[in-house]
Write a protein that binds this ligand. Structure first.
Ligand SMILES: [Zn+2]
Length: 441
């Protein structure tokens, strides 16, 4: 926490900065700027606040996240950490261990602070950065993923200390830590979908909170009675969530529902009747006698949104999903590893597009198409949502040695003819452009 009270690590960390050639003499500096350590540290303030009782400690998590986003934030929800903090260029990477540790920190911080923005951040990682960095069958994963990832190969990469295999898809690319860590991500998230509300504050608050959304069932004892809730939803691809609430018999308790900050115009109904017109970025609270068979329905409108990134680039979001241009992929097996294999992935087409979108009214320039959700929801072969937008190629934005060169400062003048490109969920595109230059005019 002290590190973030006066945050010094505002630039990409270089090997010169770490003075790596001097051996272990400055080991603390390397650890202080190491991605996984920072991902784990995000929960420090809220967890310590349970001992100290200090609201300053509890709220420190928001400052830590805002500093990481300000200097190292990427459009997939992560901060860059291709071993060490690496600035905002979307060609820099983030380590998979950091994704799952950051998720775990956000789950604890959300449960302790009750701040709904932490749920929004958590879902960004859960539905984008995490599935974006492993294969559809989960037999191959990366060490480092890049939002603008135009090739996964042995070519030189812009990492400070990581090895050349770091963004291959494989069994244990670069190092085995991510292999040992990555499968904690979704199970711990599932465990955190519902949390209990503040019993310690007053008995009246003794209830249940829907902190994040995904299909699930929860069985819990509230006020001495068994309560079962079944959540039926196609979230994050659709904005409708149904909760079938079944206490063993009639029971009073408050049910809180997180309303994401992007969900403008959200509605909540109980048994078909409007219950609340909730504010985005808050928890809707329904305190009533729940009866077996009660039905709560949430509707989160999912209009496309435009967010701003490195060199005034833009990314497109819809609900908790980030969208990317999926570059054509050629997967080349490098070596067999028992039941698994290590893969290089090479691009099969150009990707140097600037987007032409209306940032003030994105729905005017981005067309949304919902399709059937496949058995593997994030698979590229069966995308549940596709967006289309106008784009033009930018002649002088190219790859250098397998890495997209830094985005040109936007707006850019693009003289190539306008075309329509399709954007797919970030996680479906293993080669991708996520932060786009903005076409002028
Ligand atoms: Zn790792």
């Amino acid at each position: 926490m002290t590190q973030y009270a006066n945050f010094h690590y505002t630039e990409r960390i270089t090997s010169d900065f770490l003075k790596l050639e001097r051996g272990n003499g400055l080991k603390d500096l390397a650890l202080a700027t190491h991605g996984v350590n920072n991902g784990q540290a995000v929960k420090t303030g809220p967890v310590w606040s349970l001992v100290s009782g200090s609201s300053t400690d509890r709220d420190a998590v928001l400052r830590m996240i805002s500093e990481l986003d300000k200097y190292h934030g990427l459009p997939n929800g992560m901060f860059s950490c291709d071993e060490h903090l690496a600035g905002r260029d979307p060609s820099q990477g983030s380590e998979l261990c950091t994704v799952v540790e950051y998720m775990f920190s956000l789950e604890h911080a959300l449960a302790i602070t009750g701040d709904p923005s932490l749920g929004d951040k958590l879902e960004l990682l859960v539905f984008n950065a995490l599935p974006g960095t492993f294969s559809d069958d989960v037999w191959a994963h990366q060490y480092n993923q890049e939002p603008n990832q135009v090739e996964c190969s042995l070519h030189h990469k812009p990492w400070t200390t990581d090895g050349s295999e770091s963004n291959l898809y494989g069994l244990e690319p670069n190092f085995g830590c991510c292999t040992a860590n990555f499968h904690q991500g979704w199970p711990k998230f599932t465990n955190s979908l519902f949390v209990l509300s503040g019993k310690q504050e007053s008995d009246a608050e003794d209830g249940l909170v829907a902190a994040a959304y995904a299909p699930c069932e929860v069985g819990i004892i509230i006020r001495g009675m068994a309560v079962h809730i079944a959540e039926v939803t196609d979230y994050p691809f659709r904005g409708h969530v149904r909760l079938n609430v079944n206490p063993a018999s009639a029971l009073n308790f408050p049910l809180r529902l997180r309303i994401p900050a992007w969900a403008k115009g959200a509605t909540v109904t109980v048994n078909g009747r409007p219950s609340a017109y909730p504010e985005p970025g808050s928890f809707a609270r329904i305190d009533r006698a729940w009866n077996p068979g009660d039905r709560v329905e949430l509707s989160f409108p999912m209009s496309p949104r435009v967010s701003g990134w490195f060199n005034n680039s833009v990314a497109i979001e819809r609900g908790p999903l980030v969208f990317s241009y999926g570059i054509g992929e050629s997967w080349v097996k490098m070596r067999q590893r028992g039941l698994a294999a290590d893969w290089q992935v090479f691009p099969t087409n150009e990707w140097n597009y600037a987007l032409h979108v209306d940032a003030e009214a994105p729905a005017n320039s981005i067309v949304v198409k919902e399709e059937e959700i496949g058995d593997v929801p994030f698979a590229r072969s069966h995308c549940a949502v596709k967006l289309s937008a106008k784009a033009r190629k930018v002649d002088d934005w190219r790859a250098e040695d397998g890495v997209a060169s830094p985005l040109p400062q936007s707006p850019v003048t693009a003289n190539q003819p306008e075309s329509t490109i399709t954007l797919i969920p970030y996680a479906a595109a293993k080669l991708r452009i996520t932060a786009f230059p903005q076409a002028a005019g």
